[in-house]
Write a protein that binds this ligand. Structure first.
Ligand code: GTP
Ligand code: MG
Length: 660
């Protein structure tokens, strides 16, 4: 809404412009007035709409045409004053004043006009008969009013109408020619209806109407008033009320009625509460509330936001199959000005057999947006009406900004629930397969993905010691020269090579040495396509020797060429490493005797799955210091049987160690 209002009074000489202003200010009729009143400013708290209001007089005797034109262009609303007992002053409204004003204002942003018939004390009859045709002819005329400066009739009303014409303009809402609401207004109100229809049955029931009333007007609706409203609609149309609730048609009808009866401030209150500006666009302040994100912090949705998103999902999952069909998804995004999710989303998150986004996948995509582009997430939540439905200040209330990662590292503990894993590897090494494997898709399923529907992200949940965490996999394009800071920053890194391609390991070694060797980010080498025959890598060191030299986990075998969904173990392992980056040797130890191993096994057993992670991290931290010291012994032990390991993989390696 505007911060102030500037009202200009124009009209023929001696119609009473100055007297009207003086009467308003002094609340009595001044017998003598100057030619032109000084500009006055009425403070916000004494005006009905609580907005400071400037009132500007005009006098032909005192002002030049140039000065008049300047005032016209500065005004937010213009009152054309005539005298009810002076025919000529009425004629001049159409022959002189309206054309003069219209020439000086843009066609698209016409300033609202108010016709003011002064000196009503002098005549018995009303001038309305002459005025109404003029009103019908010019849509920029907001309203007309007859008044008298002498006996103070309708003086405050006149200035209230003027203020209202600026603050709650009819123009964007209603077309007087068509006698109906404008399409953009119908669109906005339809969106508001859909958000307020909490169960999405196409009807606002009493509960929903009450909620709507409370959010928009801060007062509950009396039960009788509720019935009255419905009765008004019933009387006027057959399908405005259904199952004792208001249909969209009925809702729109009510607003048309408000506007037609000059109560369009009611409609404006509703529109503004839902974030609309005077052009019926959602305001930037509504869509993008301020949210400060310090460096090295990430953004996540909080519990409340997940509950809200869950309710939005439930509201649209009409057949309750825990997935959104294309129609259901379209319906969900009807409150958006555009479709935010493209077909790539179906390849970013988990879907069901039909390829529809599941409940899990839906929440994952929201988590991804929040993590990668929190502004977009705020915008989307704004479209869904988050702050209104959840009764929050703004969408910013949905976001948790995590603490600086450096503090997490220092304390060896994290409260975060989303972790980012960058997946790097030479072209064709199996990165995409690794991402899709996380979504439970084997090679056969992956072959069905269209090239233009491909995604460079995959996100889903894993359970780390009984806690559900999100792991976000990001496939980084292999152009070595173009790796940016953002491509490299993450919580854990996967370096993927194709065991059947002898040239593919070199890329991993190079990226590792250039970017990760000296960083604190944990790295894992993935030996992809492990179902294929292993080729000897051309690189100077074998992958296993490379890992050994750089104190990395041995390469992890991975294949998505499986009959069922590929195993999730590796992803859980990655999440664990992302959460506890210090614990480099954690699962490599496997002695089954040390505190860590015992704790690890215990936590993994069904019995104590519920043991809180806090307990775990305390033990883990204590163990880690010991494990770090034992680094060298570990690698000494690992070197035995290394060749066997390279082929047989991690499980076999564990078994071998046990035997020893
Ligand atoms: P200019 O400044 O010359 O353009 O005139 P104006 O439009 O400002 O009119 P002004 O207020 O000077 O009033 C002109 C005459 O009309 C004065 O004699 C007023 O006393 C008288 N007058 C103004 N309003 C009323 C009214 O409501 N009723 C009656 N009976 N007389 C009025
Ligand atoms: Mg005057």
């Amino acid at each position: 809404m505007r911060k102030d209002v500037r009202i200009l009074l124009v009209g023929e000489p001696k119609v009473g412009k100055t007297s009207l202003i003086m009467s308003l200010v002094s609340e009595e009729f001044p017998d003598e007035v100057p030619l032109r009143a000084e500009e006055i400013t009425i403070p916000a708290d004494v005006t009905p709409e609580r907005v400071p209001t400037h009132i500007v007089d005009y006098s032909e005797a005192e002002q030049s045409d140039e000065q008049l034109y300047q005032e016209i262009s500065k005004a937010n609303v213009i009152c054309i004053v005539y005298s009810v007992n002076n025919k000529k002053s009425i004629e001049k409204v159409t022959s002189h004043w309206i054309p003069l004003i219209n020439e000086r204002t843009d066609k698209d942003s016409r300033v609202p006009l108010i016709l003011v018939g002064n000196k009503s004390d002098l005549v018995e009859h009303s001038s309305m008969e002459t005025i109404l045709p003029i009103m019908n002819q010019y849509s920029e005329i907001e309203t007309c009013v007859e008044c008298s400066a002498k006996n103070l009739k309708n003086i405050s009303e006149l200035f209230y109408y003027a203020q209202k014409a600026v603050l709650h303009p009819t123009g964007p809402l209603y077309s007087p020619e068509e006698k109906e609401m404008k399409p953009s207004c119908i669109k906005a109100l339809t969106r508001i209806f859909k958000i307020s229809d909490l169960d999405n049955d196409g009807i606002l029931n009493d509960n929903e109407l009450n909620f709507f009333q409370r959010t928009c007007f801060n007062i509950p609706l009396a039960p009788q008033a509720l019935e009255d409203v419905k009765n008004v609609v019933r009387k006027n149309m057959s399908d405005g009320v259904k199952d004792n609730g208001l249909t969209l048609k009925g809702f729109l009808f009510l607003h048309t009625l408000f506007i037609q009866r000059g109560r369009h401030e009611t409609t404006w209150t509703v529109l503004r509460r839902f974030g609309y500006d005077d052009d019926l666009e959602l305001t930037q302040e509504y869509l993008f509330p301020l949210l400060k994100i310090p460096p090295d912090c990430t953004t996540e949705l909080n519990h409340n936001a997940y509950l809200f998103l869950q309710s939005v999902f439930d509201k649209h999952d009409k057949d309750r199959d825990c997935a959104l069909s294309p129609d259901e998804l379209k319906d969900l995004f009807k409150v958006f000005p555009y479709m935010p999710w493209g077909p790539d989303v179906n390849n970013t998150v988990c879907t069901n057999e039909q390829g529809w986004i599941t409940y899990q996948g839906y929440l994952s995509q929201w988590t991804l947006t929040t993590y990668l582009d929190v502004q977009r997430c705020l915008e989307y939540l704004g479209y869904l009406g988050y702050s209104i439905i959840q009764e929050q200040e703004s969408q910013a209330a949905a976001i948790t900004v995590t603490r600086n990662k450096r503090i997490d590292l220092q304390k060896k503990q994290t409260q975060r629930s989303v972790f980012r894993c960058n997946v790097l590897g030479a072209r064709g090494s199996g990165k995409s397969g690794f991402l899709q494997g996380f979504l439970g898709r084997n090679l056969v399923r992956q072959k069905k993905i269209r090239e233009d529907h491909k995604s460079y992200y995959a996100i889903s949940t894993t359970y780390v010691y009984g806690q559900e965490k999100y792991l976000l996999l990001h496939e980084v394009l292999p152009d070595f020269e173009f790796l940016s800071e953002a491509d490299l920053a993450c919580d854990v890194v996967c370096l993927v090579y194709d065991i059947s391609n002898p040239c593919s390991f070199e890329y991993c070694a190079k990226v590792y040495k250039k970017h990760y060797m000296d960083s604190k980010t944990p790295c894992v080498i993935i030996s992809a396509k492990s179902d294929l025959h292993e080729a000897r890598q051309y690189y100077s060191l074998s992958p296993l020797d490379f890992c050994r030299k750089h104190k990395l986990h041995p390469p992890q075998l991975f294949t998505c060429n499986t009959a069922e969904a590929p195993s999730k173990d590796i992803y859980t392992k990655l999440t664990t490493m992302a959460m506890y980056p210090h614990a480099k040797l954690r699962c490599m130890c496997s002695c089954n005797r040390c505190t860590f191993c015992i704790c690890h096994n215990l936590l993994n057993s069904e019995l104590v799955r519920s043991v809180k992670a806090k307990l775990y991290s305390t033990v883990l931290n204590r163990h880690m210091t010991q494990a770090d010291l034992k680094n060298s012994t570990f690698w000494l032990r690992a070197s035995v049987g290394a060749t066997v390991f390279a082929v047989l993989g991690f499980a076999m390696y564990k078994a071998l160690l046990k035997q020893r």
